[in-house]
Design a protein. Sequence first.
Length: 258
Amino acid sequence: MGLLDDRVVLVSGGTQGVGAGVARAAAGEGATVAVSGRRREPGEKLVAELREAGTAALFVPADVADVGQAQASVAAVVTEFGRVDALVTAAGLTSRGTLVDTTPELFDAHIAVNLRGPFFLMQAAVRDMLSRGAPGSIVNVISSSELGGQPYLAPYVAAKAGLAGLTRNAAHAHRFDRIRINGLDIGWTDTEGEDATQRTFHAAQDDWRERAGARLPMGRLGRVEEVAAFVVFLLSDRSGVVTGSVIDWDQNVFGGLD
């Protein structure tokens, strides 16, 4: 018996990184899995991998910055599989900007991907759940940076902090509908996207992971499979009645002082 047997799970931003890890972990726990993303090739490759392993899977091309595409991705899953039982919003934008140099265009891009997209994905998924009178579970992949973050993440922090508040608001609104909504404030994690970010914005070299890990309490970055396992736990009945929680998934203790 898997933790997500007979569940239809949609993962936005599911073509790489944490999203792809969640898709694989959900499939391993018995779920039917749909992934959405902007890049068709890796999305279709992942779905082929899941199908070869025996999972019913679907790739939906979608850019969550476009509200119509975000909502259409949920509709496509309902058309294909009849319902959406669980949603993971893993799509994210991490481009840099400070309070001083962020342009309106960069700010709007972060809001579109990191806040507006999850809002309308949740709206569409919750509407499907309500129409069926069915329970459901949603996990928003947020960031530990929403608690303050670095100066060069100003628009990112603004959007992710908004998503943390939205997570609590939506969970409160739909608790009696038995729709559980939680968030994960993930810390520094080793993903393809993070590798590209470090090289693009911080001139990182090939040993950046080792150098970064040496400064962290556990001596390494977080791993995608670890985050994915925690997300699957939150999606599943194993996490019980928990809703409205934004959980720190990190090796640093926020608020702790040396």
